[in-house]
Write a protein that binds this ligand. Structure first.
Ligand SMILES: *Cc1c(COP(=O)(O)O)cnc(C)c1O
Length: 231
């Protein structure tokens, strides 16, 4: 199957899942998770109509960006961001999905200030409370939002999660349900610099379940590009 056909199928599945949940297909954004796939394949995905390109590694993103891989689609950073790489990402990625500590967010704020811009981000929630994963615990979200309200160069646009690896999408439902509740609850209180617009969750194996629980950004790699080949 070509990338074009894969994107078409994924979009059809997104639309079906949205309609089944009583939601509008056009409200759900498809982020192509492009890691390990070269500029040519990324261009094919953009031409096929993915809404956004999501990159994981800073070096890879800079290389593909120099090759014009993302032309025609917004670029998001969806990987784990190290503090020493913030400078290369701020201003280039429209949205940073994995803002996983207040320390990192302060660095992003300072870097964005130096560049004279406001960086948008999603708070990453460690919804499975996994020791191996970074991200905020659910109870840390409100105090974190209160801190971000005092910053001038970052804006929170929503939440993101990568639930524990489960054998099936169905097993992820409790995690997606918890995320939906956090998204709604934390969106009710008003903070400066915070707008709960986006709930980023769901990957190739479980994006339909995520959509059933309110996801409006799904990050899909394998179902678009095929199995990844790591060099
Ligand atoms: C790779 C990746 C995805 C996509 O995973 P697939 O299972 O290939 O769809 C989504 N989100 C993040 C953060 C990723 O790193």
């Amino acid at each position: 199957m070509s990338i074009e056909e894969n994107v078409k199928q994924v979009k059809e599945r997104i639309a079906a899942a949205a309609l089944a949940a009583g939601r509008r297909p056009e409200d759900i954004l498809l982020v192509a998770a492009t890691k390990t796939n070269g500029a040519d394949k990324v261009r094919q995905a953009v031409a096929a109509g993915v809404d956004i390109c999501g990159e994981n590694r800073v070096q890879e993103m800079l290389e593909k960006n120099a090759q014009g891989a993302y032309e025609g689609a917004p670029l998001h950073f969806i990987g784990h961001l190290q503090k020493n790489k913030v400078k290369q990402v701020v201003g280039l990625a429209e949205l940073i999905h994995g803002a996983d500590s207040l320390e990192l967010i302060r660095v992003i704020d300072r870097t964005a200030a130096a560049k004279g811009l406001v960086q948008e981000l999603l708070l990453e929630v460690n919804i499975g409370a996994e020791a191996s994963k970074s991200g905020f615990a659910p109870e840390e979200i409100p105090p974190t939002l209160a801190e971000i309200a005092k910053m001038d160069h970052v804006r929170v646009r929503g939440l993101m999660a990568i639930p524990p690896v489960c054998a099936s999408g169905e097993e992820n439902r409790p995690y997606f349900a918890q995320m939906e509740k956090l998204f709604i609850d934390n969106g009710q209180k008003k903070y400066d610099n915070v707008r709960m617009d986006f709930l980023s969750m769901g990957m190739s194996g479980d994006f339909e379940e995520a959509i059933a629980f309110g996801a409006n950004m799904v990050r899909v790699g394998t179902a678009i590009f095929g199995e990844r080949v790591y060099q």
